[in-house]
Design a protein around this ligand. Structure first.
Ligand SMILES: Nc1ncnc2c1ncn2[C@@H]1O[C@H](COP(=O)(O)OP(=O)(O)OP(=O)(O)O)[C@@H](O)[C@H]1O
Length: 297
Protein backbone atom coordinates (compact mmCIF):
# COMPACT_ATOMS: atom_id res chain seq x y z
CA UNK A 1 0.00 0.00 0.00
CA UNK A 2 1.45 3.35 -1.03
CA UNK A 3 1.02 6.06 1.57
CA UNK A 4 3.94 8.08 0.23
CA UNK A 5 7.37 7.33 1.63
CA UNK A 6 9.62 10.19 2.68
CA UNK A 7 11.90 10.99 -0.30
CA UNK A 8 15.39 12.47 -0.18
CA UNK A 9 14.75 16.17 0.09
CA UNK A 10 16.60 19.14 1.53
CA UNK A 11 16.55 19.28 5.35
CA UNK A 12 13.20 20.58 6.63
CA UNK A 13 14.85 23.75 7.94
CA UNK A 14 15.70 24.72 4.32
CA UNK A 15 12.34 23.90 2.79
CA UNK A 16 9.58 26.28 1.84
CA UNK A 17 7.22 27.55 4.57
CA UNK A 18 3.77 25.97 4.55
CA UNK A 19 2.59 27.95 7.59
CA UNK A 20 3.92 31.37 8.50
CA UNK A 21 2.53 33.74 11.12
CA UNK A 22 3.89 37.07 12.18
CA UNK A 23 2.61 38.91 15.24
CA UNK A 24 -0.44 36.64 15.53
CA UNK A 25 -2.74 37.96 18.24
CA UNK A 26 -6.00 36.68 19.66
CA UNK A 27 -8.18 38.36 22.19
CA UNK A 28 -11.46 36.96 23.51
CA UNK A 29 -13.38 39.93 24.99
CA UNK A 30 -10.83 41.60 27.22
CA UNK A 31 -8.65 38.49 27.55
CA UNK A 32 -5.45 38.24 25.50
CA UNK A 33 -4.80 34.62 24.58
CA UNK A 34 -2.06 35.01 21.93
CA UNK A 35 0.34 37.93 22.37
CA UNK A 36 1.72 38.22 18.84
CA UNK A 37 3.30 34.88 18.03
CA UNK A 38 5.55 33.99 15.09
CA UNK A 39 5.28 30.43 13.82
CA UNK A 40 6.90 28.85 10.79
CA UNK A 41 6.23 25.30 9.66
CA UNK A 42 8.25 24.05 6.70
CA UNK A 43 7.14 21.61 4.06
CA UNK A 44 7.24 18.00 5.33
CA UNK A 45 7.89 19.03 8.91
CA UNK A 46 6.08 17.53 11.91
CA UNK A 47 5.67 20.41 14.33
CA UNK A 48 4.31 19.71 17.79
CA UNK A 49 2.66 22.50 19.74
CA UNK A 50 2.83 21.97 23.50
CA UNK A 51 1.34 24.00 26.31
CA UNK A 52 -0.76 23.66 29.43
CA UNK A 53 -4.58 23.65 29.33
CA UNK A 54 -5.84 27.00 28.14
CA UNK A 55 -2.49 28.07 26.62
CA UNK A 56 -4.08 28.84 23.26
CA UNK A 57 -3.09 25.78 21.20
CA UNK A 58 -6.56 25.06 19.83
CA UNK A 59 -7.13 28.77 19.20
CA UNK A 60 -3.89 28.89 17.19
CA UNK A 61 -4.69 25.91 15.04
CA UNK A 62 -8.29 26.99 14.50
CA UNK A 63 -6.98 30.33 13.19
CA UNK A 64 -4.57 28.52 10.86
CA UNK A 65 -7.40 26.25 9.67
CA UNK A 66 -9.55 29.30 8.89
CA UNK A 67 -12.16 28.31 11.50
CA UNK A 68 -11.51 31.29 13.75
CA UNK A 69 -10.80 34.95 12.91
CA UNK A 70 -7.66 36.35 14.50
CA UNK A 71 -7.56 39.70 16.27
CA UNK A 72 -4.33 40.83 14.55
CA UNK A 73 -1.19 39.71 12.74
CA UNK A 74 -0.26 38.18 9.39
CA UNK A 75 -1.01 34.55 8.62
CA UNK A 76 -0.18 32.57 5.49
CA UNK A 77 -1.12 28.90 5.19
CA UNK A 78 -0.32 27.07 1.93
CA UNK A 79 0.17 30.46 0.29
CA UNK A 80 -3.16 32.00 1.35
CA UNK A 81 -4.66 33.91 4.24
CA UNK A 82 -6.90 31.34 5.97
CA UNK A 83 -9.61 33.99 6.39
CA UNK A 84 -10.05 34.06 2.62
CA UNK A 85 -9.03 30.52 1.62
CA UNK A 86 -11.29 29.08 -1.11
CA UNK A 87 -12.56 25.49 -1.48
CA UNK A 88 -9.50 24.35 -3.43
CA UNK A 89 -7.33 25.69 -0.59
CA UNK A 90 -9.49 24.00 2.04
CA UNK A 91 -9.24 20.69 0.17
CA UNK A 92 -5.46 20.74 0.68
CA UNK A 93 -5.92 20.82 4.44
CA UNK A 94 -6.80 17.89 6.68
CA UNK A 95 -8.26 18.55 10.10
CA UNK A 96 -8.71 16.32 13.12
CA UNK A 97 -10.53 18.38 15.71
CA UNK A 98 -10.45 17.80 19.46
CA UNK A 99 -14.17 17.24 19.82
CA UNK A 100 -16.31 14.60 18.16
CA UNK A 101 -18.57 15.37 15.30
CA UNK A 102 -22.01 13.89 15.17
CA UNK A 103 -22.17 11.31 12.39
CA UNK A 104 -23.79 8.64 14.60
CA UNK A 105 -26.04 6.94 12.06
CA UNK A 106 -23.48 6.72 9.25
CA UNK A 107 -21.45 3.58 8.69
CA UNK A 108 -17.66 3.92 8.62
CA UNK A 109 -17.14 3.05 4.94
CA UNK A 110 -20.18 5.03 3.85
CA UNK A 111 -18.98 8.13 5.66
CA UNK A 112 -15.46 7.94 4.24
CA UNK A 113 -16.83 7.34 0.71
CA UNK A 114 -18.97 10.41 1.17
CA UNK A 115 -16.04 12.60 2.26
CA UNK A 116 -13.86 11.16 -0.46
CA UNK A 117 -16.42 12.46 -2.98
CA UNK A 118 -16.01 16.02 -1.64
CA UNK A 119 -12.30 15.95 -2.34
CA UNK A 120 -12.49 14.32 -5.77
CA UNK A 121 -12.64 17.62 -7.76
CA UNK A 122 -9.45 18.86 -6.08
CA UNK A 123 -7.21 15.90 -5.29
CA UNK A 124 -6.87 12.13 -5.52
CA UNK A 125 -8.56 11.12 -2.29
CA UNK A 126 -7.99 7.79 -0.60
CA UNK A 127 -10.13 4.86 -1.53
CA UNK A 128 -12.32 4.29 1.56
CA UNK A 129 -11.27 0.66 2.12
CA UNK A 130 -7.58 1.48 1.75
CA UNK A 131 -7.91 4.24 4.32
CA UNK A 132 -9.98 2.05 6.65
CA UNK A 133 -7.19 -0.55 6.58
CA UNK A 134 -4.59 2.16 7.16
CA UNK A 135 -6.22 3.31 10.40
CA UNK A 136 -7.08 -0.25 11.50
CA UNK A 137 -10.86 -0.14 11.19
CA UNK A 138 -11.40 -2.94 8.67
CA UNK A 139 -13.53 -4.96 11.09
CA UNK A 140 -15.68 -1.90 11.77
CA UNK A 141 -16.13 -0.85 8.11
CA UNK A 142 -19.87 -1.56 8.22
CA UNK A 143 -20.45 -0.48 11.82
CA UNK A 144 -22.43 2.67 12.53
CA UNK A 145 -20.34 5.46 14.02
CA UNK A 146 -22.46 5.54 17.20
CA UNK A 147 -21.39 1.96 17.95
CA UNK A 148 -17.63 2.57 17.74
CA UNK A 149 -15.54 2.63 20.92
CA UNK A 150 -13.86 5.92 21.89
CA UNK A 151 -10.52 4.88 20.36
CA UNK A 152 -12.15 3.53 17.20
CA UNK A 153 -14.06 6.79 16.84
CA UNK A 154 -10.81 8.70 17.16
CA UNK A 155 -9.26 6.54 14.44
CA UNK A 156 -12.20 7.43 12.22
CA UNK A 157 -11.59 11.12 13.00
CA UNK A 158 -8.00 10.64 11.84
CA UNK A 159 -9.20 8.87 8.67
CA UNK A 160 -11.56 11.79 7.93
CA UNK A 161 -8.60 14.17 8.32
CA UNK A 162 -6.54 12.13 5.87
CA UNK A 163 -9.12 11.25 3.25
CA UNK A 164 -8.24 14.05 0.80
CA UNK A 165 -4.47 13.27 1.04
CA UNK A 166 -3.85 16.72 2.52
CA UNK A 167 -0.66 18.74 2.02
CA UNK A 168 -1.08 19.99 5.57
CA UNK A 169 -2.63 18.04 8.42
CA UNK A 170 -3.80 19.57 11.70
CA UNK A 171 -4.16 17.11 14.55
CA UNK A 172 -5.56 18.38 17.85
CA UNK A 173 -4.76 15.75 20.50
CA UNK A 174 -5.22 12.92 18.01
CA UNK A 175 -4.30 9.95 20.21
CA UNK A 176 -6.50 10.60 23.24
CA UNK A 177 -8.24 7.29 23.96
CA UNK A 178 -5.89 5.16 21.83
CA UNK A 179 -4.66 1.95 23.39
CA UNK A 180 -0.85 1.50 23.31
CA UNK A 181 -0.86 -0.69 20.19
CA UNK A 182 -3.09 1.67 18.22
CA UNK A 183 -1.02 4.63 19.41
CA UNK A 184 2.13 2.93 18.13
CA UNK A 185 0.46 2.11 14.79
CA UNK A 186 -0.70 5.71 14.51
CA UNK A 187 2.83 7.00 15.14
CA UNK A 188 4.15 4.68 12.44
CA UNK A 189 1.45 5.90 10.06
CA UNK A 190 2.32 9.56 10.70
CA UNK A 191 5.98 8.89 10.03
CA UNK A 192 5.15 7.31 6.68
CA UNK A 193 3.01 10.20 5.47
CA UNK A 194 4.69 12.74 3.26
CA UNK A 195 2.59 15.53 4.73
CA UNK A 196 3.33 18.58 6.79
CA UNK A 197 1.80 18.05 10.22
CA UNK A 198 0.93 20.45 13.02
CA UNK A 199 -0.03 18.49 16.09
CA UNK A 200 -1.03 19.31 19.64
CA UNK A 201 -0.68 16.79 22.42
CA UNK A 202 -0.30 16.56 26.17
CA UNK A 203 1.68 13.36 25.77
CA UNK A 204 5.33 14.42 26.03
CA UNK A 205 6.65 11.00 25.05
CA UNK A 206 4.55 11.25 21.90
CA UNK A 207 5.90 14.76 21.21
CA UNK A 208 9.47 13.58 21.69
CA UNK A 209 8.93 10.64 19.38
CA UNK A 210 7.14 12.39 16.52
CA UNK A 211 8.33 15.98 16.40
CA UNK A 212 10.89 17.35 13.99
CA UNK A 213 10.45 20.51 16.04
CA UNK A 214 8.56 21.50 19.17
CA UNK A 215 7.02 24.84 20.12
CA UNK A 216 6.04 25.46 23.72
CA UNK A 217 3.24 27.97 24.14
CA UNK A 218 2.74 29.38 27.63
CA UNK A 219 0.75 32.44 28.65
CA UNK A 220 0.19 33.52 25.04
CA UNK A 221 3.89 33.46 24.05
CA UNK A 222 6.16 30.91 22.41
CA UNK A 223 8.71 30.25 25.15
CA UNK A 224 10.71 27.55 23.36
CA UNK A 225 11.31 26.43 19.79
CA UNK A 226 13.61 23.58 18.83
CA UNK A 227 14.13 19.86 18.50
CA UNK A 228 13.45 17.72 21.58
CA UNK A 229 17.22 17.35 22.09
CA UNK A 230 17.82 21.11 21.75
CA UNK A 231 15.11 21.87 24.29
CA UNK A 232 16.39 19.24 26.73
CA UNK A 233 19.85 20.84 26.47
CA UNK A 234 18.40 24.21 27.51
CA UNK A 235 17.46 22.92 30.94
CA UNK A 236 20.66 21.08 31.73
CA UNK A 237 23.56 19.70 29.77
CA UNK A 238 24.29 17.27 32.58
CA UNK A 239 23.35 13.61 32.77
CA UNK A 240 22.66 11.71 35.92
CA UNK A 241 24.61 8.46 36.33
CA UNK A 242 23.39 5.91 38.88
CA UNK A 243 25.40 2.85 39.81
CA UNK A 244 26.27 0.60 42.68
CA UNK A 245 29.84 -0.16 43.87
CA UNK A 246 30.48 -2.98 46.25
CA UNK A 247 26.80 -3.02 47.23
CA UNK A 248 26.47 0.77 47.85
CA UNK A 249 24.31 3.01 45.60
CA UNK A 250 25.69 6.22 44.03
CA UNK A 251 24.23 9.07 41.93
CA UNK A 252 26.53 11.46 40.05
CA UNK A 253 25.59 14.46 37.92
CA UNK A 254 28.15 14.71 35.10
CA UNK A 255 28.75 16.74 31.92
CA UNK A 256 30.17 13.85 29.88
CA UNK A 257 28.46 10.61 30.87
CA UNK A 258 30.31 8.45 28.33
CA UNK A 259 33.77 9.43 29.65
CA UNK A 260 32.58 9.14 33.24
CA UNK A 261 31.26 5.60 32.71
CA UNK A 262 34.39 4.51 30.82
CA UNK A 263 36.61 5.74 33.64
CA UNK A 264 34.35 4.17 36.24
CA UNK A 265 34.79 0.74 34.65
CA UNK A 266 38.51 1.25 34.10
CA UNK A 267 38.92 1.99 37.80
CA UNK A 268 36.49 -0.37 39.46
CA UNK A 269 35.68 -2.98 36.80
CA UNK A 270 33.39 -5.70 38.03
CA UNK A 271 32.62 -3.97 41.32
CA UNK A 272 30.26 -1.67 39.34
CA UNK A 273 26.63 -2.75 38.91
CA UNK A 274 23.07 -1.42 38.33
CA UNK A 275 24.31 1.20 35.87
CA UNK A 276 21.75 3.74 34.56
CA UNK A 277 22.34 6.97 32.61
CA UNK A 278 19.53 9.54 32.59
CA UNK A 279 19.69 12.53 30.28
CA UNK A 280 17.25 15.45 30.70
CA UNK A 281 13.94 14.62 29.05
CA UNK A 282 11.53 16.87 27.21
CA UNK A 283 9.25 16.48 30.22
CA UNK A 284 11.87 18.14 32.47
CA UNK A 285 12.20 21.11 30.09
CA UNK A 286 8.50 21.47 29.63
CA UNK A 287 7.69 21.39 33.33
CA UNK A 288 10.55 23.81 34.11
CA UNK A 289 9.31 26.30 31.51
CA UNK A 290 5.71 26.15 32.67
CA UNK A 291 6.85 26.51 36.30
CA UNK A 292 9.02 29.55 35.40
CA UNK A 293 6.06 31.18 33.74
CA UNK A 294 3.73 30.48 36.67
CA UNK A 295 6.27 31.87 39.15
CA UNK A 296 6.61 35.09 37.13
CA UNK A 297 2.85 35.51 36.64
N1 LIG B 1 -14.76 31.04 22.09
C1 LIG B 1 -14.11 31.47 23.16
N2 LIG B 1 -14.52 32.55 23.86
C2 LIG B 1 -13.86 33.01 24.92
N3 LIG B 1 -12.73 32.45 25.42
C3 LIG B 1 -12.26 31.37 24.77
C4 LIG B 1 -12.91 30.83 23.60
N4 LIG B 1 -12.21 29.75 23.19
C5 LIG B 1 -11.16 29.63 24.04
N5 LIG B 1 -11.19 30.59 24.99
C6 LIG B 1 -10.20 30.80 26.05
O1 LIG B 1 -8.93 30.98 25.44
C7 LIG B 1 -7.91 30.32 26.18
C8 LIG B 1 -7.17 29.35 25.27
O2 LIG B 1 -8.05 28.29 24.92
P1 LIG B 1 -7.60 27.11 23.93
O3 LIG B 1 -8.77 26.20 23.78
O4 LIG B 1 -7.03 27.70 22.69
O5 LIG B 1 -6.45 26.44 24.81
P2 LIG B 1 -5.67 25.06 24.61
O6 LIG B 1 -4.23 25.37 24.75
O7 LIG B 1 -6.10 24.40 23.34
O8 LIG B 1 -6.18 24.22 25.87
P3 LIG B 1 -6.38 22.61 26.09
O9 LIG B 1 -5.03 22.05 26.29
O10 LIG B 1 -7.18 22.59 27.37
O11 LIG B 1 -7.12 22.08 24.92
C9 LIG B 1 -8.60 29.67 27.36
O12 LIG B 1 -8.47 30.51 28.48
C10 LIG B 1 -10.05 29.57 26.93
O13 LIG B 1 -10.90 29.65 28.05
Amino acid sequence: MDVGTKQKKPPVSQRQAVVETSGLRMRYGSKDVLNGIDIRVNQGEVLVLLGPNGAGKTTTIEILEGFRKRSAGDVQVLGADPDSGDEAWRARIGVVLQSWRDHGRWRVRELLDHFSGFYAPYSTPYDADELIALVGLTEQADTTVAKLSGGQRRRLDVAIGLVGRPDLLFLDEPTVGFDPQVRQDFHALLRRLDTTVLLTTHDLAEAEKLADRILILVGGDIVADGTAAELAGQVSSKAEVRFSKAGESYVESVEDATTFVRELFERYGEAIGDLEVHRPKLEDVYLAMVRDFEEQA
